[in-house]
Design a binder for this molecule. Structure first.
Ligand code: ARG
Length: 285
């Protein structure tokens, strides 16, 4: 594995301030990446995938995160688990407690054990595997005092209640309705403790009303930026790493005072993933 330490962007270092914290992220190099099955509408097993290109693009993402001052830990990739690069789905980590995922599709089930082993070896305070179908940070996004969680395609409502018990934080259930946006992190991104951006059309009407009430100043993405996977973004409270195709959203972020940091991950996109899917945040608090 060759993870280049050279910064891929000339981004300013994370300034000290209440909103911006140095983050710790878990990533997994796409050494066994492939599209061998179709469990979301973006996946087409007949379309060729360039694994070397996927690795280069992923290395670009890892070096961007490092250049922004964040810590990147690595999970060892395993053969036979072609979606393992999407570490966001393997667990949710809040306050040093780890709720390891239980995947909906058997094709990904083996990833849970790999995550469990990593977290146990890394001596996290509490490591337990979800009893309910739960696809980790793909569907559960900690946002300040609460956790935003989705149902509709993968994670169940029962898993939301389980997460509430495990983490002792209120979990707000949101309902996804468009199969292209099958995980919460494809339709909504947490920018900081009090702000989010999302694509309203990906959600059920009652969820749209709830989001408007909870986040009256949210950034609302437009259809082309959502389709470019623009909501699949990683924010440290100031820098927002997002797909380079989401140009309109990058402008909206800039206007709101954030620093957009575009990255290109076209190969991983063939599996229905973007930058956020490749990153699991390890939250000490
Ligand atoms: N092929 C993977 C799946 O369908 C992509 C996962 C993307 N991850 C995410 N956090 N949205 O499960």
């Amino acid at each position: 594995m060759n993870v280049s330490p050279a910064p891929a962007v000339a981004a300013p270092p994370v300034p000290a301030g209440p909103a911006v914290r140095r983050r710790r992220y878990l990533l997994c190099p796409p050494e066994h990446f492939a599209v061998e099955y179709a469990i979301n509408p973006w996946m087409d097993p007949d379309r060729p995938v360039d694994r070397a290109a996927a690795l280069r693009q992923w290395e670009g993402l890892a070096s961007v995160l490092r250049s922004l001052g964040h810590r990147v830990d690595l999970l060892a990739p395993e053969p036979g688990l072609p979606d393992m690069v999407f570490t966001a789905n393997g667990a949710t980590v809040v306050g040093g407690r780890v709720l390891v995922a239980r995947f909906r599709n058997r094709e990904r089930a083996g990833e849970s054990a790999a995550h469990r082993r990593w977290f146990t070896a890394a001596r996290f305070r509490q490591v337990r595997t979800a009893a309910e179908v739960n696809e980790g940070e793909g569907d559960l996004l900690p946002a300040g005092p609460r956790i935003l969680a989705a149902t509709g395609f993968r994670t169940t409502a029962a898993a939301h209640r389980e997460a509430e018990r495990v983490f002792g934080r209120p979990v707000v259930s949101l309902r996804l309705t468009d199969p292209r946006y099958y995980h919460l992190d494809t339709a909504l991104a947490v920018l900081d403790d009090s702000r989010v951006m999302y694509y309203p059309d990906a959600f059920a009407p009652e969820t749209r009303r709830l989001l408007r009430r909870l986040y009256p100043d949210a950034i609302l993405a437009r259809a082309p930026d959502a389709a470019a996977f623009g909501l699949n973004a990683i924010s440290d409270g100031r820098h927002v790493v997002l797909p380079d195709g989401a140009r309109g959203l990058a402008e909206q972020l800039r206007a709101a005072g954030y620093v957009p940091v575009p990255v290109g991950l076209p190969e991983l996109r063939k599996a229905g993933g973007g930058p956020k899917c490749c990153v699991l945040e390890l939250r000490p608090e």
